[in-house]
Design a protein around this ligand. Sequence first.
Ligand SMILES: *Cc1c(COP(=O)(O)O)cnc(C)c1O
Length: 348
Amino acid sequence: MNEKEQLKKAISKIPRVKLVDLPTPLHDCPRFSEAVGGVRVLIKRDDMTGLAFGGNKSRQHEFILGDATAQGANAIIHGAASQSNYSRQLCAACAKLGLKAFIVGKRDLRSQMVGIQGNLLLDHILGADVRLAEDQSKAKKELFEELRKQGYVPYTTDQRKDIVFATVAYTNCALEIHDQLAQLDAKADYVVLCSTSGTQAGLALGGKVLNMGYRTIGFRPSKGGNNEDIISSIASLANEAAEILGLDIRVEEDELENYEDYVGEAYGIVTKEGLDALQLLARTEGILLDPVYVGKAMSGLIDWIRTGKIASGKTVIFVHTGGIPALFAYNKELIEHGGYKIRIAEEE
Ligand SMILES: *Cc1c(COP(=O)(O)O)cnc(C)c1O
C-alpha cells in the first residue's frame, strides 16, 4: 500500500458524518497572479465546502459530529465570538443532521456594533438557539445542565478535540491537493493560509506524508503568543494526528512558519491592506474574501510576493478558509475603504 492509500484508509477508520462536498475546487488565478506579479497563485476553495457559505470548520465538523452522534448526542453546545464562522457552520451541520444547535456567543464589540448581522444572522436563520454571554464558560455549563433536565443528550464542543479533528480533516485536504496538482501537472512550493492551529497542522502533515515538498506558511488572525510557541503547538498537533492516524512520519518545527505580521491592531479589526487584498481578488477573479481572516492572510501573501520573499516563478496554493458572511457585518468599514456611494441616476 502506498502513502496515499495508507492515509486514506487511516482517515476512513475515524467515525464521521457526511456534510460537505469534497473535493473542493482548486482554481488557477491568472489575472490575480499577474496583478501581484510573477508568482502562480492557485486557490483551494474551502469557502465552497457547500454548507451555508462554507469554510474550513465544516471539514472538522464531519468528525466532531461523528463523535457526538456516536455518543447519542442530540443537542450541540458551542461558544465563540459573535461573528464566529465555526458557530455558523455548526448550525448548518446540525440542521442537516437533525440536531439542535445551541450557540453561546460572546457579547463582544461586534455584536454591540452590528447586532444580528453576518454570521450571527445566519445562526438564527439556521434554527439555532442563540444567546450571547459575558462569561461563556459559565453560561455553557448552566445550559448543559438545563438541557439534560429537559431530556436532551447534550454535547459541548471541546477545543482540543476540535483542533485535532481539524488536523485530521486537513490531511484529507492535502490528499485532494495532491490529486488536483497531478491533474494540472503542477507542483506547489508553498501553501499559504490563515491559520493558528489545525488547518495548517493537517496540511503540513498531509503534505509530508504524500511527499509533496511544499512549505506551509500560516498568517494568524489574532495577536498574542510568539511565533516559536505557536509553531511548536502546530507541530505537536500534527504529530498527535499522525499518531491517531497510525503514521510513522513526524512534522518538525523548522518545517513550519506562522506569523502575526498582518493582524494590524487586533483580531476582528480591519486593516487597509486586508481590504485592499480583498478588493483586488474580487476584481481580478470574482472571488470574495472576508475582512477578519482570509483577507488579512491574503495581504500577507501579496506582501511576500511583492517584496520577493516568495520568488517569482514559484507556485503558491492559497487556502481559502471561508468566512465570507462576515463581509456583511463589516459593511461600514468596506464602504468607507472603497468609497462606495449610492448614486441616483436622475441626479447626475
Ligand atoms: C477558524 C478560521 C481560521 C483558522 O483555522 P485554524 O484551523 O483554527 O487555524 C481561518 N480562517 C477562517 C475563515 C476561519 O473561520
